[in-house]
Design a protein around this ligand. Structure first.
Ligand SMILES: C[S@@+](CC[C@H](N)C(=O)[O-])C[C@H]1O[C@@H](n2cnc3c(N)ncnc32)[C@H](O)[C@@H]1O
Length: 279
């Protein structure tokens, strides 16, 4: 995340390690961590050869790929700048001045190199559906859980749109640090709590939750769908899958417990809105 003396992102120095289990790295130049297949990936503001070599020496890891990129390259060539949805105006923290207008509520975001800048189609789909549910449906959505929160954008959006209590969960420590920073930037610590936890190891208590947001990926969604405790909340916003995965996910839905209210999509991504039959 942005730490002094940095005020915005420019170049990205990316290192792919041949393993997942790296120790936590606390470095002012570290701006993102991801895992992909069997590789941990670290992103820095500037080249950090010595640090990376010391991680390799301490862990036995090897660097299998490294690169220098422009910041826009990690979002498929899109510049991360201000954007608006129907009810929200979102601006990166390095953009001065408010972008809110027409009654839109503002969110200030440090995207770092963490999923959830707002430019991915699944994040946008979730934002737009959240807006409809919280601002237009007349439904009472007060308690929200955001599973796989990334930057925290959807959790903060839920709070900005009227939810009273939001729990944001991610297993990536860097994502949690960035999400907490974003909660602070938006002055919503009283509403949004960020917790680091691996959803494969267990779920928060979802009973009494009005809405669960799960913008995740096929494998984790299938694991959650098979868990009866997952289906104890009122409503579900599910995304992170493509049309080709829809049949398998549909077959895994416990249709005696939930019904599918809406199926939508954009680009190659799908979103579902589900409601608990007991809600
Ligand atoms: C597709 S991103 C969604 C980020 C954000 N909610 C958004 O919609 O833009 C999925 C997030 O889930 C997190 N995640 C992946 N596996 C997880 C697990 N087993 N437990 C908790 N979080 C996980 C990732 O770190 C990532 O931040």
């Amino acid at each position: 995340m942005l730490r002094s003396p940095h005020t915005k992102y420019d170049r990205l120095f990316v290192y792919y390690f041949d393993r997942l289990d790296l120790p936590p790295v606390d470095d002012p130049d570290l701006i993102g961590t991801w895992v992909e297949d069997d590789n941990a990936i670290l992103f820095f503001h500037q080249a950090r050869e010595e640090l990376v070599q010391s991680i390799c020496a301490a862990t036995g890891a090897t660097i299998i790929y490294q690169a220098e990129l422009g910041y826009r390259d990690w979002e498929a060539g899109t510049d991360i700048g201000p954007f608006a949805t129907k009810h929200l105006a979102i601006r990166p923290v390095w953009e001065e001045g408010t972008t809110a207008g027409d009654g839109r509520r503002e969110i200030v975001l440090d995207p770092s190199v963490i999923f959830g800048s707002g430019f991915h189609a699944t994040t946008r789909l979730c934002l737009e559906t959240l807006e409809t549910m919280l601002r237009e449906s007349g439904q009472r959505i007060d308690r929200v859980v955001d599973l796989g929160t990334g930057t925290g954008l959807l959790a903060i959006a839920a709070a900005r749109l009227g939810a009273g209590q939001v729990l944001a969960v991610d297993n990536n420590p860097m994502a949690c640090a960035v999400a907490r920073r974003n909660v602070e930037l938006n002055d919503c610590r009283d509403k949004v709590t960020v917790v680091q936890a691996d959803l494969h190891q267990g779920l928060p208590d979802l009973r009494d939750q009005d809405l669960v947001i799960a913008n995740l990926y096929r494998g984790l969604l299938l694991a959650l769908f098979a868990e009866p405790k997952f289906w104890t909340a009122g409503n579900y916003l599910i995304s992170g899958f493509t049309p080709g995965m829809e049949g398998e996910l549909l077959a895994a839905l416990p249709t005696d417990t939930v019904r599918l209210l809406h199926r939508g999509g954009r680009e190659m991504w799908r979103i579902w809105l589900l409601r608990n039959r007991n809600a």
